[in-house]
Design a protein. Structure first.
Length: 84
């Protein structure tokens, strides 16, 4: 059950970043500090709203950082087109 909630959270996060307004994963989003903060804030909001309650604040914070770093590394490595 918890694993399913995490998978749904991931799907919702990608949909939020790419499709919902305001769209934050724009071309070269990682080059603009303000847009980076918007992406990070969107990640935190979605994960806060959708992750299971068993994720305490420390785990939540760690997972948010990991997800943001993943998106950032993919974009910087030229693989960001999959997300933008």
């Amino acid at each position: 059950m918890e694993e399913q909630k995490v998978k749904l959270a991931a799907k919702h996060l990608l949909r939020r970043l790419k499709e919902e307004k305001p769209t934050v994963l724009i071309n070269d989003w990682y080059k603009d500090t303000q847009v980076r903060f918007q992406v990070q804030a969107a990640i935190k909001k979605v994960m806060n709203d959708t992750l299971p309650e068993s994720y305490d604040r420390a785990i939540y914070s760690s997972k948010c950082d990991i997800v943001f770093e993943h998106f950032l590394l993919m974009a910087q490595g030229g693989n960001g087109r999959a997300y933008a």
